[in-house]
Each structure stands twice: as C-alpha cells, then as structure tokens.
Design a protein around this ligand. Sequence first.
Ligand SMILES: Nc1nc2c(ncn2[C@@H]2O[C@H](COP(=O)(O)OP(=O)(O)OP(=O)(O)O)[C@@H](O)[C@H]2O)c(=O)[nH]1
Length: 191
Amino acid sequence: MANTMRKRKIAVLGSRSVGKSSLVIQFIENHFVEPYHPTIESTFSKGVLYKGVEYDCDIIDTAGQDEYSILNSKHAIGIHGYVLVYSITSRRSFDMIKIVYDKIIDFCGKNDIPCVIVGAKTDLQSSPNSRQVQPDEGEELAKLNKAAWVETSAKNNVNVGKVFELCLAEIEKRSSHSQTDQPEPSKCIVM
Ligand SMILES: Nc1nc2c(ncn2[C@@H]2O[C@H](COP(=O)(O)OP(=O)(O)OP(=O)(O)O)[C@@H](O)[C@H]2O)c(=O)[nH]1
C-alpha cells in the first residue's frame, strides 16, 4: 500500500526552561512534566490529521538557546516549520525569539519562514506581576515576521494542539504553489 502520509519536520526552539519540552510532551504523550530536566535534544513522531490530510510529523525538541548559541545546521536544513517558544513570565525569553528568528532567516537566506511564535505558561499569569510579556506584544512580533502566534499552557493543556496545527498551516501556506514535500533548499553555502 502506498504511504500517503506527508512527512513534516518541525523544530522547537527558544531559551532554556521556557517550556519547550513540556509543550512537546503534552502534545505527544498527553501529560505534563513538573520537574525540570534540561533537554539535550529529542525527536518525537506523531501522526496529525489536519484539514483531512494525514501528516507524519517529526518534532525536534532542542536544547535551550541563548544570545551566543550558534544555530545548529540540523535545525535549519530539512526543517519544514518552526515553533519558537518564549515564556510569558520572561521578557528575556521573548527578546530571544527575535534573535533566534533572525539566525534562522540568515541561515536559510529567506525573507520569512513557516513559523509559530508561542507564549508559554499562561497559567502563571494569575500570580501577581508574573506576566512580563503582553499578548499584543506577541501578536505584533508575529505580524512583523509573517508568523502565527498563540499563547499556551502545557500545564493545563491549553492551545497545545493548536500550536502544531498553526505550524502545519504556515507550512502548507507556503508550499501550496510547489508540489514538492521537500523544504526549499537553503540558499547559503556552509564553508
Ligand atoms: N506553570 C507552568 N510551568 C510550566 C509550563 N510549561 C513548562 N513548565 C515548567 O517549566 C520548567 C521548564 O520546562 P521545560 O519544558 O523543561 O523547558 P524547556 O524549554 O524544554 O527547557 P530546556 O530543556 O532547558 O531548553 C519545568 O519545571 C516545567 O514543569 C506551563 O505551561 N505552566
């Protein structure tokens, strides 16, 4: 029988401890992990039915980045879409999104990429003064970068599935003109 599932590779990036693994694990395994275990790198696979099409998604949960991290080429080459995560309780992690986004754009030599910007840990906003990034700031950044945006709580399982649906939508929006399932090759040369 022919394999009709479309393969899509999605990389999840952002600062340390913003909730990348928790988001991915809630999506894949439907539970929340309270203790913090720094990620080295893990890849998860899941079949996702979106708009009547079955996608075989590889989701790459990366180690947290900082200003000085060099973008790993395997997080840019062969990747169809990106999930860039900040915590709504950390202004610094929000600022990091712009840095990581620009690194990907530079590496890929494109004007924009299929991307969802995610404001994580919304359940913490009930504690006084814990929200450092307002929803309209997230939305504005996404608009500027032609990306989708959503706020989530992995803890309460809010909007977790939506992140990956939005990512598939961003991927499909850009690939609708080409019939290929391969991401566009990077235009840069790695010396
Ligand atoms: N309250 C709350 N805590 C969360 C949420 N998501 C993650 N956390 C907590 O935040 C901490 C870090 O979460 P991780 O998912 O490990 O973060 P990460 O971005 O994968 O971290 P690195 O592996 O260092 O890159 C853990 O203690 C989680 O339990 C959330 O939605 N709400």
